[in-house]
Design a protein around this ligand. Structure first.
Ligand SMILES: CC(C)(COP(=O)(O)OP(=O)(O)OC[C@H]1O[C@@H](n2cnc3c(N)ncnc32)[C@H](O)[C@@H]1OP(=O)(O)O)[C@@H](O)C(=O)NCCC(=O)NCCS
Length: 172
């Protein structure tokens, strides 16, 4: 199992993932994956690289890296590592977000993708990261706690249907 950035070499496995997600993303993709799904793969790869360098970001975004969890030549999940926090991320989104494709859930991949993304955060020089989850997302709360998350508080505002649980993870 490995956590990788998208490169031209893994176009085929990425295409398989898009096929599996289907046009509505089955709740497993972030909207920008689908928004850019029609463009040539090298353009998409370049776009992710630009975003990781803080180039051509959309409004309200900070520089972020996108990683793909590959097991047995399949992409089973995706994580995002934001390089810093803005006010919105500090309250709601945190440094790291992750998703495991529906057909691969409940096999430990969620726990593993956060562990491996924390290693990337260390490489980036972060000393602690904020990770959040919906108050009713039991699986994600377990994943965060198993990866050393220390609960700070719950955040709620008008934007949220469900309050967010906010955790800090120290990186050693
Ligand atoms: C949350 C998510 C990442 C979990 O991925 P996963 O690969 O199923 O997670 P794991 O297999 O590592 O499971 C972690 C723990 O949660 C438990 N769990 C997983 N799915 C669960 C569910 N639907 N209900 C209750 N517990 C669940 C597992 O049994 C495991 O518990 P354990 O530590 O006691 O063994 C996945 O469901 C997902 O992608 N959801 C949509 C996106 C999302 O919510 N992302 C997180 C944003 S904060």
């Amino acid at each position: 199992m490995r956590l990788v950035e998208l490169t031209l070499e893994i176009e085929a496995v990425y295409r398989e993932l898009l096929d599996e997600l289907g046009p509505d993303g089955q709740g497993s993709a972030t909207s920008w994956m689908l928004e850019h799904s029609e463009e040539p793969f090298e353009v998409f790869v370049g776009r992710l690289q630009d975003w990781s360098r803080g180039k051509d970001l959309k409004d309200g975004w900070v520089a972020f890296s996108t990683f793909w969890l590959v097991d047995d030549d399949r992409i089973v999940g995706k994580s995002s590592l934001r390089h810093e926090l803005n006010e919105h991320l500090c309250n709601i989104g945190g440094h790291i977000g992750y998703v495991i494709c529906e057909s691969f859930r409940r096999k430990g991949y969620g726990t593993e993708i956060l562990r491996l993304t924390l290693e990337k955060a260390k490489e980036l020089g972060l000393e602690r990261v904020l990770v959040t989850c919906d108050e009713d997302n039991i699986a994600s709360a377990k994943i965060i706690e198993k990866n050393g998350g220390i609960f700070e508080n719950t955040y709620q505002d008008d934007e949220l249907d469900v309050p967010k649980r906010r955790y800090w993870i120290a990186i050693d």
